[in-house]
Design a protein around this ligand. Structure first.
Ligand code: COA
Length: 324
């Protein structure tokens, strides 16, 4: 089995900063409520850029950091719940933008766990010998599927993209991966697409309302439990202890979820890398953005072992223990 390493990361966030006070002008909320319930102070919201555009910018940065030629890329795997189109896939659009013409390209749908799922899929392709070099991307323009009249959801999310290049390596860089799903809880976080509407339909098509609906309390409970389970599983499978780990990059949904997980695991909160105050929940991009930011700011240095852990709509969950 081949060994795999992340050899470069990149991220991109739209320039437009929307602060909590700005949202208080749109919905009945205030900065204090949002900060104390979530930890979020501001988020980036697209002024028109779509998912493939921000994903391409993150990809170019990751390719530069990895110092590879686009011709080397065997697969482009994009995790997104907010593609530009049903067809073509976002991955194919990025392929055309960066001219990575030797790649096989496809999108995956795993909501906020998308970066972890893409990392796991890419790792398995390289392990098995099917590929040498893979570009994974998590990218979302969540703002286009938010109900901007619903104060319980529109304050939580932000737009952003992150990418990483995985490569076959002499030394191991991915010590464990873990994924899972629980479709029974799908309606706790959902956004409908378009209903069946053709000349043969027997029941009248409901008008689609493609906006996020969420049971916040259900997701909160699930997130805390699954973070604990995933981290324990990754440590067990890899044979490392929490003391061997330099830091944990959790999905950036809510600071209180991270706090609760840290308590349950008895792992110091300082070990958790948090940037949700600046970007909110960027779904499939969140873990990748945090990883890129932490590596570029030398918070995690080459050789450090870092745990990534996520959860999201589906419901989906998972994690990875990597060396940066
Ligand atoms: N501003 C002010 N008040 C708000 C508000 C807002 N933005 N959003 C909700 N409220 C109100 C509610 O209407 C409710 O009022 P009521 O008591 O008069 O009915 C009150 O605040 C408490 O709401 P509640 O839903 O109990 O708050 P909470 O402490 O559970 O926090 C979340 C709500 C959404 C912040 C929290 O449940 C959460 O973060 N869940 C996880 C969501 C998540 O991470 N989703 C993405 C996963 S990938």
């Amino acid at each position: 089995m081949n060994k795999v390493k992340i050899i470069g990361t990149g991220s991109y966030l739209p320039e437009n900063i929307v602060k909590n006070d700005d949202l208080a002008k749109i919905v009945d909320t205030d900065d204090e409520w949002i900060r104390t319930r979530t930890g979020i102070r501001e988020r980036r919201i697209s002024e028109g850029e779509n998912t493939s555009e921000i994903a391409t910018k993150a990809a170019i940065r990751a390719i530069k950091a990895a110092n590879i030629s686009v011709d080397e890329i065997d697969f482009i795997i994009v995790a997104t719940s907010t593609p530009d189109n049903f067809l073509p896939s976002t991955a194919c659009m990025i392929q055309d933008n960066i001219k990575a013409l030797n790649a096989t390209c496809f999108d995956i749908s795993a909501a906020c766990s998308g970066f972890i799922y893409a990392l796991d899929i890419g790792t398995q392709f390289i392990r098995s010998g099917r590929a040498d070099t893979i570009l994974i991307i998590g990218a979302e323009i969540l703002s286009k599927i938010l109900d901007w009249k619903d104060r319980s959801t529109c304050i939580l999310f932000g737009d952003g993209a992150a990418a990483a290049v995985l490569k076959k390596s002499e030394t191991e860089g991915i010590f464990a991966t873990y994924t899972g799903s629980d479709g029974r809880l799908g309606d706790a976080l959902e956004c409908s697409a378009i209903p069946v509407n053709n000349p043969y339909v027997k029941r009248k098509a409901e008008k689609a309302k493609a906006v996020v609906k969420m049971d916040g309390k259900e997701i909160f409970r699930f997130a805390v439990k699954i973070m604990e389970k995933s981290i324990k599983k990754l440590l067990k499978d890899s044979g490392y202890s929490a003391d061997d780990i330099k830091g944990i990059i959790p999905h950036q949904a809510n600071f209180r979820i991270i706090e609760a997980a840290s308590k349950r695991l008895n792992i110091n909160l300082d070990k958790f890398y948090v940037n949700l105050d600046k970007y909110g929940n960027t779904s499939a991009a969140s873990i990748g953005i945090a990883l890129d930011e932490a590596v570029r700011n030398d918070i995690f240095k080459r050789g450090d072992k870092v745990l990534l852990v996520g959860f999201g709509g589906g419901l989906t969950y998972g994690g990875a223990l990597i060396e940066v």
